[in-house]
Design a protein around this ligand. Structure first.
Ligand SMILES: CC(C)(COP(=O)(O)OP(=O)(O)OC[C@H]1O[C@@H](n2cnc3c(N)ncnc32)[C@H](O)[C@@H]1OP(=O)(O)O)[C@@H](O)C(=O)NCCC(=O)NCCS
Length: 210
């Protein structure tokens, strides 16, 4: 498993420096400039730069990039996924289906857990010293699974359960397909990965791009 990261503060706003847009293809360029906020443009540009780099490192060009029915970017013989939040764009490359999610641990919307999490998941949050961190840990784990399957939010949050077991997180009730999880923190970000087969994740072993 390889981990990649871009801090978007290393990028200028692509509307102020249009040369930056030349680092990505026309589809991504159009996506970037549609965002109204500079940080959204930077995250989207960062995502485009990251995808191009992951493809390039594996001998592929942007023409190999396709989107699944639910919008997951995919390429032949390359398993990858990206996520962005706050200052960061992160990416993972694996040897089987993979999904990842990053969130910044600020203002956790705990009411989401009230409505859409299993009672065991709510209990995990309620028992935690830092309920916000516990919420985002479960949230990123759930999103990483939804993104691994490719269904994204098309897979309801309450259709599967994440359980803490032997110092790890595993799938509980109703998994659509198997998934193996790892989660880590850096700064005030929580980052989780779900892979189709078991794997290890070395804390903070990111390749920082740019
Ligand atoms: C995937 C999804 C859960 C991501 O939500 P998020 O937390 O806001 O975003 P993240 O930062 O973690 O990830 C975004 C990235 O995941 C990737 N992605 C998009 N859809 C994905 C999917 N279904 N599965 C896996 N990855 C996906 C993209 O690279 C996207 O970044 P980009 O738009 O800049 O290229 C959400 O966008 C979703 O549910 N999308 C599916 C929508 C859908 O079902 N559409 C129906 C057909 S159009």
């Amino acid at each position: 498993m390889l981990l990649y990261r871009i801090n978007i503060n290393t990028l200028e706003d692509p509307l102020q420096n249009e040369k930056l847009l030349e680092q990505v293809g026309p589809e991504r360029r159009n996506k970037v400039i549609r965002y109204l906020q500079p940080d959204d443009r930077k995250r989207s540009l960062g995502a485009g730069i990251m995808i191009r780099k992951l493809l390039g490192e594996n001998g592929l060009s942007e023409s190999s990039l396709k989107y699944s029915e639910n919008g997951k970017p995919v390429a032949d013989h390359l398993y990858f996924n990206i996520s962005h939040a706050g200052d960061y764009v992160v990416g993972v490359v694996s040897d089987c289906e993979v999904g990842c999610d990053i969130e910044q641990n600020v203002n956790a919307p705990l009411e989401i857990a009230e409505h859409y999490f299993y009672s065991s998941e709510r209990e995990y949050i309620e028992a935690a010293v830092d309920p916000g961190k516990a919420f985002f840990t479960l949230w990123t784990l759930k999103e990483s699974y939804m993104k691994m399957t490719g269904r994204g939010m098309g897979l309801p949050l309450d259709s599967f359960e994440i359980v803490r077991k032997d110092a790890r997180f595993v799938l509980g009730k109703s998994p659509e397909k198997p998934g193996f999880f790892r989660t880590m923190e850096f700064e005030d970000y929580i980052f989780s990965v779900c892979n189709e087969s078991d794997f290890t994740l070395n804390q903070n072993e990111f390749f920082d791009i740019l």
